[in-house]
Design a protein around this ligand. Structure first.
Ligand code: NAD
Length: 304
């Protein structure tokens, strides 16, 4: 299958590596020139438990340099989704599909405004990765990848994509209610990201510090109330699920925390900010999410 990645950072690079290793025809597009140059000269390198493996994959930072693709995978940060969707449109075969496994709410909707909505696949992945430098990625953890048609209309190509992913070692399942899955992942990020980003703590400290745990419970409760208003009946124990994930990823700094530490724009608008926007449309007060969103926005607009 011809597969183009738009955004070949930590996650795009990792998934590109897995799929290229299993024989798929991969093309990586990324605006970061040093990274693209490193990939083209030394291949994409991925560190697994301290051992580095690599594979040659063609890459380009010229967004006009498209290859017609059966599948375009968007793995930019949510702030860049719209631009990436425009680029995806230029790469798609007549019956090609676009997949987003990005975090946050709103990515699949933005893509669906640019690409035929019946060709948009959304989902989540529990794989984790970090960029170590140009051309070099560290695989930080594995877990299931869940995919489904965002419009809800079945597409037989979904089964083919699942098979290709599984063959590449990416444990993938098709979900009928992908909206619920994306909401669940959103709530996990809502609970962990802004709180850790603002306080400088690692994920595990959420549980060690009782007032922080209480704050997380409040932010998650608000988000679950908003989800319910949109017909998403999430389990009552979502806060406990957040704590379980914070424990499992205890030594890690959340992605939003890393973005704040490195003075980069965060995905706050697609995470806690999305809860605030969706809540406003239904007249639901979400003061804790609103406060966290405003604080992260203040930090990221005033980097020195
Ligand atoms: P990243 O910053 O490592 O990679 C994003 C890449 O997109 C960068 O290399 C950047 O140069 C590139 N880019 C930006 N704008 C572009 C454009 N217009 N066209 C082409 N390339 C562009 O980010 P990441 O960690 O790979 O995360 C990507 C998405 O996946 C985010 O939504 C994130 O929340 C989600 N996610 C990340 C992880 C993780 O462990 N890193 C896990 C699950 C989901």
């Amino acid at each position: 299958m011809n597969i183009t990645f738009i955004g070949a950072g930590a996650m795009g690079g990792l998934f590109g590596y897995f799929l290229a290793k299993s024989g798929q025809n991969i093309f990586l597009m990324d605006i970061w020139e040093d990274h693209v140059n490193a990939i083209n000269s030394r291949g994409i390198r991925v560190e697994f438990n301290g051992k580095t493996s690599w594979i040659d994959i063609p890459a380009s930072s010229n967004m006009q340099d498209t290859r017609k693709s059966d599948l375009v995978i968007i793995f930019v940060k949510s702030t860049q989704t719209k631009q990436a969707a425009v680029q995806a449109l230029n790469c798609l075969n007549d019956d090609g599909l676009v997949l987003t496994l990005q975090n946050g709410m709103g990515n699949a909707d933005k893509i669906s405004q640019i690409v035929d909505p019946d060709r948009v696949i959304a989902g989540t992945t529990s794989h984790g990765a970090t960029i170590l430098g140009p051309g070099l990625i560290r695989h930080a953890g594995a877990g299931p990848t869940l995919i489904g048609m965002w419009s809800g209309k079945n597409n037989t190509a979904l089964a083919t994509i699942k098979k290709i992913f599984c063959t590449a070692g990416i444990d993938t399942r098709i979900e009928d209610n992908i909206h619920l899955i994306v909401w669940k992942k959103l709530i996990i990020n809502v609970g962990i990201n802004a709180v850790t980003a603002l306080t400088g703590i690692k994920n595990g400290k959420i549980i060690d510090t009782p007032p922080t745990g209480e704050l997380v419970r409040m932010v998650v409760k608000e988000a679950c109330d908003v989800a319910l208003a949109y017909g998403m009946n999430l389990p009552d124990d979502m806060a406990d699920q957040v704590f379980t994930i914070a424990t499992a990823t205890g030594p890690n700094r959340s992605s939003m925390g890393q973005d704040i530490d490195h003075h980069r724009q965060t995905e706050i608008d697609a995470i806690n900010g999305a809860i605030v926007n969706l809540a406003q449309k239904k007249g639901i007060p979400v003061p804790v999410n609103q406060t966290l969103t405003a604080l992260v926005q203040t930090l990221q607009t005033n980097y020195k």
